[in-house]
Design a protein around this ligand. Structure first.
Ligand SMILES: *Cc1c(COP(=O)(O)O)cnc(C)c1O
Length: 431
């Protein structure tokens, strides 16, 4: 399997190179040259194999022999080391809890898979590899945790000051060792821009081996397909495939779902559930893609004004908006609506949703109102305790705090503060 750059002027590379580089030299995102297809026998798991065996088979063609099978199999097993339960709320509404990994967000899957692949690939690189990543909240924690202590890799994480939750900040700033956290006095788009500037700076990249761990990296993007496989394996009404609503920010997760559907996974329709950052919903309405500045919301991991993976979605549908609309619908909801959804889920089902999952629920609810014959799943992308700052104002009930979180809350934080200026980042990187 080879990957080509969506900017069209870099040469195709294998999985190893795409993982190490993150972004193509022409600044494009890598995209697989072929999309493998499996039949319903495979997806319905008629042989009753373990889910990890199916996941291994799905990812194997994408890895294309750059990692030996037995190593890849153990990477897949280590990636899927937590449950991904499908929870029924009523006869038409289910939620897929993607957040049972160590940092309590769905990003653990991509980060665990990528860190292990990169850990395997850097063994034969003499230079130290620096993973540079911007986070709107959850990426940083998952990447930091995934790479913590990985030999030969240093991680530098940029996060926007005052725009991540308390738990998220703790996850970024308390690890130390090979993980450095940089607090940027700006928003997520500023962080993302600084990272892009670093990658474009030849004087810097000549001295440092830089790579990204954002969802543009194929090794983070592709394993997110496992979620949709897991959803389908637990879906009982196989004759009646679900609609799946995905809380979306950078559009990596939903793009993995769409890819999986192209490979034959039976998903009826996808809903892109956005907060007030509605670049994509507006594109669906008026056909024009207009990047914006990010607007801060209570579902902060989706505060993205220029979602980097959307170009991959356009590629999947040959940039045909009609084809895309047949498979996907985009929604935007306000913080007020999100808060009432958290309340509603709690009142109706005693279900404690986080603000991102709540946005997903709202999109599903809208869709099901217009399509009463369908049934669906909304992705719960983070554990509600990660957003305790928000939900404790809405639900007046103590929340069980998982041990992994209790342990870090009292640890001292270490981070470097910078203004959103590239030269400040550069001097930190070179120090
Ligand atoms: C990152 C994140 C999202 C958005 O996922 P994308 O792949 O960037 O669209 C949604 N919810 C949570 C909790 C997240 O951490």
């Amino acid at each position: 399997m080879r990957y080509f750059s969506l900017n069209g002027s870099a040469s195709p590379v294998d999985f190893r190179t795409a993982t190490i580089l993150g972004q193509a030299p022409d600044k494009g995102l890598y995209f697989p040259e072929e999309i493998p297809v499996w039949d319903s026998r495979f997806f319905n798991n008629e042989e009753g194999r373990p889910a990890t065996a199916l996941a291994f088979e799905m990812i194997r063609p994408y890895v294309g022999g750059t990692i030996p099978d037995e190593v890849l199999a153990s990477i897949v097993n280590e990636t899927l080391n937590f449950p991904i339960p499908l929870v029924r709320l009523n006869e038409a509404v289910y939620t897929l809890e993607m957040f049972h990994g160590r940092t309590l967000a769905f990003k653990d899957i991509g980060a665990r898979f990528m860190s292990r692949c990169l850990g395997y690939f850097v063994k034969d690189i003499p230079q130290k590899v620096t993973v540079l990543v911007a986070t709107s909240g959850d990426t940083g924690g998952a990447v930091a945790d995934g790479f913590y202590g990985v030999e030969g890799v240093e991680v530098v994480i940029l996060f926007p000051k005052g725009k991540v939750s308390t738990v998220q900040r703790k996850q970024l700033t308390t690890l130390g060792n090979n993980i450095r956290a940089i607090e940027v006095n700006g928003n997520f788009d500023d962080c993302q821009r600084l990272v892009k500037q670093a990658f474009a700076d030849e004087a810097l990249t000549k001295n440092m081996f830089l790579t990204s761990a954002n969802s543009i990296n194929v090794a983070r993007w592709l394993p997110q397909q496992f979620f949709y496989l897991m959803a389908w394996l637990q879906w009982e009404d196989k004759a009646h495939p679900p609609v799946v609503s995905v809380p979306s920010g950078n559009f990596g997760n939903i793009c993995a779902g769409l890819l999986c559907r192209k490979s034959g996974l039976p998903i009826k329709h996808f809903l892109a559930a956005c907060n007030a950052n509605k670049t994509v919903p507006d594109f669906f309405t008026n056909g024009v893609y207009e990047p914006r500045l990010a607007i801060p919301t209570i579902s902060n991991a989706m505060d993205v004004g220029d979602p980097s993976n959307f170009i991959r979605i356009r590629q999947l549908f040959q940039d045909d908006q009609q084809l895309l609309k047949e498979v996907m619908t985009a929604y935007s909801f306000t913080d007020e609506e999100t808060k009432s959804a958290i309340q509603e889920l709690y009142n109706a089902y005693q279900y404690h949703a986080d603000p991102h999952g709540a946005v997903g629920y709202l999109a599903l609810k809208d869709y099901l109102q217009a399509h009463p014959a369908e049934k669906g799943i909304f992705a719960e992308t983070a554990h509600p305790v990660k957003f305790f700052d928000v939900s404790s104002q809405i639900i007046n009930e103590p929340m069980q705090v998982p041990e992994a979180i209790q342990d870090i809350m009292d640890l001292p934080e270490k981070s470097i503060s910078i203004e959103p200026q590239y030269l400040m980042l550069k001097s930190v990187l070179l120090s």
